[in-house]
Design a protein around this ligand. Structure first.
Ligand code: DGY
Length: 398
């Protein structure tokens, strides 16, 4: 643990939990303390390396909370297992940085933090859509550079979203929340592409369309696209909300960018590698009317060469979940995942996660991804894991 500053809370705890970054709020720590854990927290402003993670685990470690910017694979989980560890939680809903199969082989339960960052991330997708549509960062750079000398009829014209079509790729929780903002806030039509039909979303848009008609206003429609290409060709705004998997890596490549409208807006708040970043940079250069809003990158924190110089892309440093509400909620879920496992509690694994933020949280780990594989029972009965639980299809992804 040399070379970084570590803080130990509750040193007398009989279990030891390593937390690789300081987390916001106080509640998460109280959960681990109540579970009898000594908690070693790293105060680092850069992610720990693999060697540092293994050194932090050391000879005795019952559980760990790690970050999306770290890799948790075979070596880390073997080290955790060898140190007596049984639980790991990612401080994120996405877990593409975690080798779930390796964790399962090592008998380590892996948790994530769904349900508490949904609206925060959807709002950022909407913010990126507006920022790209109305060229907000470009306009601000213009003003700060002292170039605003007069109001002009054609100064920095942007795109009106109302009445246009939003395309949501991945209709999990965040995708659906973003869709509602685009439809109900901006009054856009909606196309979505997802393996699962979303009847509740479709019914909601139908009800909203009926409301608009009753007001004598133009209505909106919602349709599930049979193919991604159909959505890309028709949407004025495409917002990506898929998890990163082997299937979604470079889902948006040069060919699919070319299938989009030349003046479309592409927003990504999911994971960087879902877009081929080199192809996007080339496409943005060739089509100045095409705009993008990115919160995530292929090789984070690196940004592909060329993107930084372009005016038609808005670039943010992976702040999709950056509100106290979301980040404190994530900390509570991560701590409850680890504490629940160490105390032998069942897995909750249900879409409604709010009970964990209230005063009487259930005696359960909120979200354990490999519960079934490890035979961890489900809260209220059941054999463990999504397949046995009747779990909402969107519960294990955002
Ligand atoms: C997540 O939870 O997956 C986010 O990307 C972290 O903000």
């Amino acid at each position: 643990m040399a070379g970084r500053e570590w803080i130990t809370h509750h040193p007398q705890g009989e279990r030891r939990v390593v937390v690789t970054q300081e987390l916001p709020g106080a509640r998460w720590l109280a959960i681990l303390r109540a579970a009898g854990c000594r908690v070693d927290v790293c105060r680092a402003d850069l992610p720990l390396t693999a060697a540092e993670i293994r050194a932090a685990i050391g000879g005795r470690c019952d559980g760990a909370i790690g970050q999306v910017a770290e890799t948790w694979g075979e070596e880390e989980f073997s080290a955790l297992r060898a140190a007596g560890g049984r639980a790991y939680s990612n401080y994120a809903v996405g877990y593409n940085n975690v080798d779930l199969a390796a964790a399962t082989r090592c008998g380590v339960a892996v948790g994530n933090t769904p349900g508490v960052l949904t609206e925060t991330t959807a709002e950022l997708a909407a913010a990126l859509a507006l920022a790209a549509a109305r060229r907000l960062p470009e306009a601000e750079r213009f003003l700060r550079a002292g170039k605003f000398r007069a109001w002009l009829p054609t100064l920095l014209l942007g795109t009106l979203l109302r009445g246009k079509t939003a395309g949501i790729v991945g209709a999990g929780r965040i995708g659906v929340a973003a869709a509602r903002i685009f439809v109900e806030g901006f009054r856009m039509n909606l196309l979505y592409f997802d393996p699962q039909p979303q009847p509740a979303l479709e019914a909601r848009v139908r009800a909203f369309a009926a409301f608009l008609r009753a007001q004598g206003e133009p209505d909106v429609f919602c349709r599930r696209a049979a193919r991604l290409e159909e959505l890309l060709a028709a949407a004025d705004l495409v917002s990506l909300h898929t998890p990163l998997t082997a299937e979604t890596r470079h889902l948006i490549d040069a060919r699919r960018l070319a299938a989009m409208k030349p003046d479309a807006i592409l927003v990504n708040t999911s994971r960087g590698p879902v877009i081929d970043e080199e192809a996007l940079a080339a496409h943005l250069r060739r089509h100045p009317g095409f705009r993008a809003g990115l919160d995530v990158y292929e090789r984070e924190p690196e940004v592909a060469a060329g993107l930084l110089e372009l005016e038609n892309v808005v670039l943010l440093p992976h702040i999709g979940s950056a509100t106290p509400e979301a980040r404190e909620g994530m900390a509570v879920l991560a701590a409850a995942n680890v504490a629940g496992r160490l105390l032998g509690h069942p897995a909750w694994n249900r879409p409604e996660i709010g009970a964990f933020l209230g005063d009487s949280p259930p005696a359960a780990s909120p979200s354990i991804l490999n519960a079934r594989e490890l035979g961890i029972p489900l809260f209220g009965g059941g054999g463990g894991g999504a397949a046995d639980s009747g779990l909402h299809p969107a519960a294990d992804r955002e």
